[in-house]
Design a protein around this ligand. Structure first.
Ligand code: SF4
Length: 350
């Protein structure tokens, strides 16, 4: 049964997109350029798997703090299976099981869960956890911490909570210029995992100008999935008259893909699904590039491609800019649950 669940959440439906058969060279010049990599990242696959496995092994209800990933379709699908999405820990009844979303939580949230006797399953993406560890390390070493990101995003709320007294959130160069810190020689920076590479570079440059001794993380905090999807857009946008990004409006990495396209002069729009496409966007366009944010499922990409095919974009060409093959292990609570359900010893987590 569990194998069925994992197949259900991790498979790709690209195979089901009809490809032109031999001898069917279409007279249409209109094309869909389907970017790869696109869609689900390893952190999102892991988070969705965690909710589905928890529902299967423990049974409903399973509470989830905030949207498990920022995609309405995914959230609705999990809610239909019995997941109850709440805004805060206080909305979970005492002693119940709660899952933290892929965006992570602050230590204050962990404390509140303890106080309420909740059974916690942590679906925080390991790449977000890495940023939390860095925040704790810099704060312990006496640095003022500049956190580059969007204040209202769940991830920034969680990371900020690791060292709230010494952390300053900035989201643009103007905010760097206005920044006053107690010791300009002891400053460190970190970033949200889903920023625009270009924007982050400009902000980090401004920080280095203002605080020449500033230190940063050993490896960049912007994650591989965010970077790869932006690089794919950069490589292909010039071939297209329009870029459609499948993703929800509150998905940070999806919004950044639209910005990358627009900055390159290619019209870009963020769409939840094919119903959000305005027919006038397609007028006079020969090539439409299609990608998807890291939390958008492939089934919605398929829906968009089908719409485009029906509207004259008959050739679909997948453009693979780079291979991507990242997987994350499941958290111990879930590994143990699988072990108990199958009667076998728990498998180690990597
Ligand atoms: S976008 Fe990056 S940081 Fe966020 S869940 Fe995916 S892999 Fe993790």
């Amino acid at each position: 049964m569990l194998i069925g669940i994992l197949e259900d959440v991790t498979n790709t439906v690209l195979d089901s997109i009809p490809q032109p058969g031999p001898g069917s060279t279409s007279p249409s010049k209109k094309r869909v350029l389907l970017l790869k990599p696109r869609g689900f990242c390893a952190g999102v696959v892991r988070a969705i798997d965690i909710v589905k496995i928890a529902l299967e092994t423990f049974g409903a209800p399973i509470y989830v703090r905030r949207e498990i990933v920022h995609n309405r379709y995914v959230v609705n699908e999990l809610a239909a299976k019995g997941a109850i999405f709440v805004h805060e820990i206080d909305d979970v009844p005492d002693g119940q099981r709660v899952i933290y979303s892929a965006h992570g939580v602050s230590p204050a949230v962990r404390e509140r869960s303890k106080g309420r006797n909740l059974k916690v399953i942590d679906a925080t993406c390991p790449l977000v956890t890495k940023v939390h560890f860095e925040a704790v390390k810099f704060a312990k070493q006496g640095y003022s911490l500049v956190l580059i990101g969007h204040r209202d995003h769940d991830e920034i709320e969680g990371t900020l909570g690791e060292a709230p007294d010494v952390t300053h959130v900035v989201s643009n160069v103007a905010e760097v210029e206005a920044l006053e810190l107690p010791d300009p020689n002891r400053v460190a920076y970190l970033t949200q995992t889903t920023l625009s590479l270009d924007e982050a570079r400009d902000i980090i440059h401004a920080l280095k100008e203002k605080f020449p001794h500033i230190v940063g993380p050993h490896s960049q905090d912007i994650c591989y999935a965010t970077e790869n999807r932006q690089v794919a857009v950069r490589n292909v946008a010039h071939q297209a008259g329009l870029l459609l990004v499948v993703g929800s409006t509150n998905s940070s990495n999806s919004n950044r893909l639209v910005e990358v396209s627009r900055n390159l002069g290619t019209m870009g729009h963020l769409i939840d699904d094919s119903q959000a496409i305005h027919p006038e966007w397609l007028v006079g366009v020969e090539n439409v590039a299609v990608t998807a944010g890291a939390s958008a499922p492939e089934v919605l990409v398929e829906d968009v491609v089908k719409y485009l095919r029906q509207n004259g974009f008959e050739d679909v060409e997948e453009v693979e800019v780079m291979p991507e093959n990242v997987r994350f292990g499941l958290p111990p609570e879930i590994v143990q649950a699988i072990g108990s359900a199958s009667g076998s010893a728990p498998v180690p987590v990597h």
